[in-house]
Ligand binder design. Structure first.
Ligand code: IPE
Ligand code: IPE
Ligand code: MG
Length: 217
């Protein structure tokens, strides 16, 4: 099962306490840890996390550099635990605009966790689904080839923080995804919120355009 999460609401979470937005991102990193650790227990084999969109470059420089520092810190801290727990880390998105020190850390993390088999975790940084689609297109390309290039279809898309939009995330891959929008801010998102979203997903009937029981008509 492939779950994708738009981890939103960090800034508003911090504002509630009168704290700088970066405090929300820092607390959000704890939710990332929790969710990665819990994912295999919830039956998730692929987890894609939206950490920084290509449109997020429009934010104040101070917030951007804080986020980049947090990402570097996160990788440094998490890689040993990922190795120990069978977590395979990958990064999707552009790498040519990221801080020069972050890219080698990402590459090393991918190498060091490459044998992880319990759960595949893809972190989207400087990611734009439209740009990914444009970069993958060629004349005559077929659905299978494009899906091969982009990655697996999403089963369940979760967005925290109350907004109900995709914000340029996994547009192709979400063609038949089930959506779960929650007002819970990302820093407050727990293992039980994840379990709840997955349980609700399992109760849904996915039809993919078919009539599932024609005899009932
Ligand atoms: C999501 O939280 C994290 C990133 C986009 C990097 P936000 O920073 O968007 O928080 P809100 O939506 O302003 O509360
Ligand atoms: C989407 O959140 C990007 C991430 C969570 C990384 P945004 O907060 O940037 O999206 P908008 O601006 O509300 O659409
Ligand atoms: Mg936001």
């Amino acid at each position: 099962m492939h779950v994708a999460i738009i981890m939103d609401g960090n800034g508003r979470w911090a504002k509630r306490f009168g704290w700088p937005r970066l405090a929300g991102h820092k607390q959000g990193a704890e939710s990332v840890r929790r969710v990665i650790r819990h994912a295999p227990l919830a039956g998730i084999d692929t987890l894609t996390l939206y950490a920084f969109s290509s449109d997020n470059w429009k934010r104040p420089q101070e917030e951007i550099s804080g986020l980049m520092r947090l990402l570097a810190h996160f990788i440094e801290r998490e890689v040993p635990e990922c190795c120990a727990n069978g977590v395979r880390l990958e990064f999707i998105g552009r790498r040519d605009r990221l801080p020069a020190t972050l890219v080698p850390a990402m590459e090393a993390a991918e190498r060091q966790t490459a044998t992880g088999r319990r759960v595949r975790v893809r972190i989207a940084i400087d990611y734009s689904s439209r740009d990914m689609l444009l970069a993958s297109m060629r004349p005559g390309i077929c659905r299978e080839e494009l899906s091969q290039k982009l990655g697996p279809d999403v089963d369940l898309l979760i967005r925290t923080g109350g907004e109900k939009r995709l914000s340029d995330f996994l547009l192709w891959e979400c063609a038949y995804a089930e959506f779960h929008f929650t007002p819970v801010s990302w820093p407050d998102f727990t293992e039980s919120d994840l379990e709840g979203a997955v349980a609700e997903f399992r109760r849904r009937e996915r039809r993919f355009g078919e009539v599932l029981d024609p005899s009932a008509a």
